[in-house]
Design a protein around this ligand. Structure first.
Ligand code: FE
Length: 164
């Protein structure tokens, strides 16, 4: 099952990137984490407050299986916060269905809320998105989102919580 999910993930990432406009090239990479209110915990402390899936995605840079996350098709209004630290990250009115199997957002609430990092794992060149407050892995951002920014934040449901 994991292998199939991974293959779907690779196909999606490749297909979606075929219309790449290189908008992610304008994102500022490798900002440091917010020094103000920064949250640091030991692995054991994170394990106490996160579910095993949340811990795997947020702290071990895991990826949930496509089409499996609780927010993939969710259309409720509200603000999506980091599931680990509560930082406000995405508004529901920027959420759209990209057909890729993960919650997709056209923009982040404020670029200071996230950190962008070049990720060359799994034979791909991607831009990883992490929470600037706690360092939790959220997902990746791609170049094929809607106007005006043409960005698609592909985010794991396990990394976020909707506050209605
Ligand atoms: Fe966080």
């Amino acid at each position: 099952m994991k292998k199939i999910a991974y293959l779907i993930f690779l196909c999606c990432a490749t297909a979606c990137n075929s219309s790449s406009q290189n908008n992610t090239a304008n994102l500022k990479l490798n900002k440091t984490m917010n020094s103000e209110n920064k949250i640091t915990k030991t692995d054991e402390e994170w394990k106490e407050i996160l579910s095993p899936e949340q811990y795997h995605v947020l702290r071990e840079k895991g990826t949930e299986a496509p089409f499996s996350g609780k927010y993939y098709l969710d259309k409720e209004k509200g603000t999506y916060v980091c599931a680990a630290c509560g930082a406000e990250l995405f508004k529901s009115d920027t959420k759209f269905d990209a057909g890729c199997g993960w919650p997709s957002f056209a923009d982040v609430i404020d670029s200071s809320k996230v950190i962008f990092t070049r990720d060359i794992s799994h034979g791909m060149i991607r831009t990883e998105v992490t929470c600037a407050k706690c360092g939790g892995h959220l997902g990746h951002v791609f170049d094929d989102g809607p106007a005006p920014k043409h960005l698609r934040y592909c985010i794991n449901s396990a990394s976020i919580e909707l506050k209605k």
